[in-house]
Design a protein around this ligand. Sequence first.
Ligand code: NDP
Length: 361
Amino acid sequence: MVKKIFTDDDGKLDVLSDLTIGVIGYGNQGRAQALNMRDSGLKIIIGNKKDEFKRIAESDCFDVFSIDEAAKLSDILFLLIPDEIMKEVYEKNIEDNFKENGALVFASGYNIAFNIIKPSKNYDILLIAPRMIGRGVRERYLTKEGFYSFIHVENDSSGKATDILLALCKSIGTLTKGAIDVSFKQEAVLDLFNEQAFGPAFGRVLLTSIYTLIDAGYPEEAVLIEMFMSEEMSYTYKKMAQVGLVKQVEFHSQTSQYGAMSRGIKFRKLPLKETMKEILENIESGNFAEEWKKKTSKAKFEFIKFFATKTRINRLEQEVRKKLKMKVIDDDYQEPTITDPSVLKEIKTELDEFEKYFQDF
Ligand code: NDP
């Protein structure tokens, strides 16, 4: 169990008065966190390239600088750009420009946990990782509902890192709900595990349910509506968080409760634990992070995404969505072209396996 859940009384905004906070990146998290901090009375500038995101930041009335310039002008710097390009941006634009004893803030533990970025010991290294998409970070600040975050001080160079961290958390709006101290590594592993174990296992269960019904002759539209398009499942998920995993069953009929609870026992031997442990160990050891750095993994990823768009379930869903006059997002994804034959040779056997695997979908 964690020792404490930090809430609004733990953050004192006056620690941040007179400091300039630079937000690098104005995407999902960047925009939401910058707007929240400004509404909390802090001085915010944005660092971004000259493009669409810059235009949006300017239309939100922020002063926008190049990333180098924003790093020079800031006392605290939020790195809110995609994790996979952060190392390059850090090394090229930030480490020579950002001042000693400044605070670097990460929204994900990934790059520090797996030693991809090795920042100077002369910075405070802070983690504020919202358990919420950017849009929710903004909406829940405005409604004062708040959202959970995982937070941590990895390095305290200024001697005030904890006070700064908690003040920043308060200004973003996360303390209204609660923040929990977990290490960068724990945050990264939890996040990756959810994506790599729970996500695909859940996907497999969902698909098996869909095809069991379709193969038994039930109309495709009805099956997809029943299984996920109605949003009943997402409502159930919300209720799990609000009242509890078991308690939420009371929102369902007696027949539903009896059926679900009495049949659950049939699935108790699903061989999930071993595979999940294997995935967890692969993440914890850093093997996943090493794999994802490779050129071959980027190539493999392009192909896997292509195979996913060609699956039966994807075509079926597009047809059903059209019939139901629902929004159809065009995913006309072209077969990737890999120019380096050695990359293709290295991943050929694996790609054949993935292609076959996706044919079942
Ligand atoms: P986004 O993909 O929304 O980031 C987009 C921003 O990054 C834009 O400003 C974009 O500007 C900039 N960017 C992209 N490529 C580059 C580049 N090569 N050089 C410089 N800037 C670049 O990121 P998120 O907000 O999704 O993620 C930011 C951080 O927040 C990550 O650490 C992520 O793990 C974490 N996080 C994300 C959550 C989410 O819901 N998305 C939830 C919790 C944490 P431009 O295109 O102009 O370069």
